[in-house]
Structure formats: structure tokens, C-alpha cells
Design a protein around this ligand. Structure first.
Ligand SMILES: [Zn+2]
Length: 444
């Protein structure tokens, strides 16, 4: 049960001493509870079980004991992190079959519908989204905040209240951002050179997700034109018909084709259409990383969200969660062209030293006000890069870094610590400490 904590912080094993309060809940079903103020968890625990994340939830923090150097917890953090990251909490609230059928009919008719009608129907189907208590809007950091709370407990149990760990990002970077462009139509593909020029003018790297088997033809010239400018190419779904995750056997066949296209594209990453997903099936994809899981999915057709702003592993695949609202939802569902929502999300992710992952479609930058909104975002990101140490990188570079960090170890050296492993020359040692009972990080 210490493993997820160690993977998250990459601190030496000796600092993670968590134990379960007996095995009282082994036969119990998972439920919602809080772990301190405003932090919702889902899993088995010794607490009274709540089936919905509403109302007064029992607080696990009141049941934590520190015995010597061990923190005794009333729940298993590995189980809670998995339930949230892999969206297992949603299986308790799967949409009824009539809703799933309506969705199928909608996606069959979607190509025939004019945009205004599509937006109208989507807004109607999302009614009440802003009343949902969980995951938390506009960014859910439950997994990250659970690890913060566990770090506070570990510090209270540690002899000198100082725990070394491998900082989340390379060099002196405080947080990370990736810009990703899903190309939906041939119009979007035609706008790609202009979009690359806009990004280049701000020095912003980006990845382009291309649909391999429908809507437009991806030629070798298209691939090399994108790569020649220093941008990255990934696979976007297979046919972009909203049906990829409908049936497991069909998905396995589609996955083989996606894997072949990934080789042909020279792509390391994947994103599904419309952020449809079933994380349990990802093991059939032979890509290095995925970007199909939203942090909080209130404005997406498939509900849920992974409740973290940090990368995490789904088997061998690294997930880079989508942590900002998509341009489509902002412009066409919320009908908003201001920066307010993106700025709120940026602030929340940066506070957590997390990953900002934006999806902006070349297809929806077809009006001057949409383009202005996008370039204002780029200006803000470049400001944060200059002033706050934000690392703006290609998704594949973030994937490489996170895998290297995951394989590094901290070993004692003299009075301090040393990082060993490939890429360790870019890694930094940070110390977690408590200042007035608040978790604080300082660099070595
Ligand atoms: Zn798409």
C-alpha cells in the first residue's frame, strides 16, 4: 500500500510507512468519504458507506493514527488512487441503457446535423453539469491532494520532519504545459500550416493528432511537413465515429490497426475521438502514452474524470490527462471567448505543480475571435514560462521525462542524497517539510 505514494513522490522507500487499520473492510463495498476538508475519496474504508458524493460525507482524517514511525490509515491509498485515476467510481453510476442508445443514435446522425443544432443538443444533454459535486469543477486534484495529505502524515512520523524526493519536473521547472491539436476535418488539416506558424511565433511546441482512417488522407508529405517544423504527430482515434469503445472485440481489432498507423506515422502517442475511453482496454494499444482521459469530464459526452493533474501509468502506457477545457466546449457549449476559465484552471494546476494539457482544434479556430482567444492563451503561457518556470514541452518529451523519473532512485550520499538513473543530470532533489503544519517544498 506504500507503492503509489513512492511512485508519486519518488522518495526513498524508508519514508513511506503506511499501514491499514486492521482488515475490517475487506469484504465491504467501496463508498465516498472525505480525507480532510473538501477532499473526496472513493474506496473501501472502516467508515460508514456513502454511495453518492453528496451531503455530509464521513471524514477519514479523524480515524488516522500515528504509531511510532507508522501512519495507520482507515483506507488503502493505492485502492483510492486507482479508483479515481481509472474512473472506477463511475461504474457505480453508469448511464441508463436508454441514454446510451440515444447517444448511439446521436453519433450516427451527427455528420448530418448543422453545427447550431449539434451545439443545442449537446447543451441540452449536459444540463445540470454545473451542479455536479464530484469530480470538482473546474479542476479536480483529489488524487494529488490525497498524496499531499499522506506526505503531511509521513512528515509528522519522520524523525527530522524533512523528506527528500525527486522533483516532479526537470531542471528548475515549477510545472509543465503541453499544447495538443486534434485535426477533425480536411478544413482543420488545411489550417495546420498557419497554426504551426502561430505557435512558432510564440515558441510553443505542440502535437497534432491526425485521424488515420477517415475524413481526410494523411499523406507522407503531411507528416513530414509537421515534423520538419519541430512539431509532433500522434494518432487520433481510428475513424472518429464515436464507436471505438462500443465493443471489446471490435476495439481489439481497431487497436491493431491503430498500432500499425502509429508505426506508419512515427507516433508515440494516441488520443481517442471525443475523449471516449475505457482505460481497462488501453493495454491493447501499443503506444507509449495516451491523452484521452479528462481530469473532470462535466462538459464531455462521457462523464467521469481521473481527478489528478499529474501523469500516471495505466499498465505500460503513460496517461497525460487533459486538464483544461477544450476549445470546442468553451466556444460552443459555454459560448465563452474570454480567458477566465482557462486562467482559473491554469492557477489550480500550477498550485499543484501539475501538468496543463490543452486541446485546441485547428477546425474551431476559424473565426477571428477564436484565434484571438487562442493567441491570448499562448501569450499567457509564454509569460508563465518566463516568470514562473513553466516547462512547455512536446508531449513525447514529457513522456520521456516521466518515465526516466519513474526509474530514478534517491540514494544516501554523505549527509545528503543523490539521484541515480538515466536522465538524473536534469533531475532535482526537493525536500518536503512542514511550515505551520502546511506542506512546503524546498530545493536542496
Ligand atoms: Zn477529435
Amino acid at each position: 500500500m506504500n507503492q503509489v505514494f513512492l511512485e508519486y513522490f519518488r522518495c526513498p522507500d524508508s519514508f513511506a510507512n503506511f499501514a491499514l487499520a486492521g482488515d475490517e473492510f475487506n469484504g465491504e463495498l467501496p463508498g465516498y468519504f472525505t480525507f480532510g476538508s473538501g477532499l473526496t475519496c472513493y474506496g473501501r474504508s472502516v467508515l460508514p458507506r456513502c454511495e453518492t458524493p453528496t451531503g455530509d460525507l464521513p471524514d477519514a482524517a479523524a480515524h488516522v493514527r500515528i504509531e511510532g514511525d507508522t501512519c495507520v490509515l482507515p483506507f488503502d491509498p493505492t485502492e483510492v488512487a486507482t479508483n479515481l485515476r481509472c474512473e472506477l467510481y463511475t461504474s457505480a453510476t453508469r448511464p441508463p441503457s436508454w441514454k446510451r442508445l440515444t447517444r448511439k443514435i446521436y453519433y450516427a446522425l451527427r455528420p448530418l446535423l448543422p453545427t447550431y443544432l449539434r451545439c443545442h443538443l449537446q447543451r441540452a444533454s449536459l444540463k445540470g453539469w454545473d451542479q455536479k459535486p464530484f469530480p470538482q469543477w473546474p479542476v479536480d486534484r483529489s488524487v494529488d491532494r490525497m498524496f499531499d495529505e499522506l506526505m503531511v502524515l509521513a512528515l509528522k512520523a519522520a524523525p527530522d520532519q524533512r523528506i527528500p524526493f525527486i522533483w516532479f519536473w526537470p531542471e528548475d521547472h515549477s510545472s509543465c504545459a503541453i499544447m495538443t491539436h486534434d485535426v477533425e476535418t480536411s478544413d482543420g488539416l488545411a489550417f495546420t500550416p498557419q497554426l504551426m506558424a502561430i505557435n512558432a511565433s510564440f515558441g510553443i511546441p505542440a502535437s497534432f493528432q491526425l485521424i488515420p482512417a477517415a475524413r481526410y488522407t494523411v499523406t507522407p508529405e503531411t507528416l513530414s511537413a509537421i515534423k520538419a517544423e519541430g512539431f509532433e504527430v500522434n494518432v487520433h482515434d481510428l475513424k472518429h465515429d464515436g464507436r471505438l469503445f462500443e465493443d471489446h472485440a471490435n476495439f481489439q481489432q481497431a487497436a491493431q490497426r491503430i498500432n500499425d498507423f502509429a508505426v506508419g506515422f512515427g507516433a508515440q502517442g494516441f488520443r481517442s475521438a471525443i475523449l471516449y475511453r475505457n482505460q481497462a482496454w488501453f493495454k491493447d494499444l501499443r503506444v507509449s502514452y495516451d491523452m484521452s482521459v479528462p481530469n473532470v469530464a462535466h462538459l464531455d459526452p462521457q462523464a467521469g474524470g481521473c481527478c489528478t493533474v499529474m501523469p500516471y501509468f495505466i499498465g505500460k502506457i503513460l496517461e497525460l490527462p487533459v486538464t483544461a477545457t477544450q476549445d470546442y466546449s468553451l466556444f460552443h457549449i459555454l459560448q465563452n471567448y474570454s480567458q477566465d476559465l482557462w486562467l482559473q484552471q491554469i492557477a489550480l494546476v500550477l498550485q499543484q505543480h501539475g501538468l496543463l494539457n490543452f486541446i485546441v482544434h485547428p477546425d474551431y479556430l476559424n473565426t477571428p475571435r477564436a484565434r484571438t482567444c487562442y493567441t491570448t492563451l499562448l501569450a499567457e503561457l509564454t509569460r508563465l514560462r518566463a516568470e514562473s518556470g513553466l516547462w512547455i514541452a512536446l508531449p513525447r518529451d514529457v513522456n520521456t521525462w516521466w518515465r526516466q523519473r519513474n526509474a530514478m532512485t534517491l540514494i544516501p550520499r554523505g549527509q545528503g542524497w543523490k539521484i541515480e538513473g538515466e536522465g538524473s543530470e536534469r533531475a532535482r532533489i526537493a525536500y518536503a517539510t512542514l511550515r505551520n503544519d502546511e506542506l512546503t517544498y524546498v530545493f536542496a
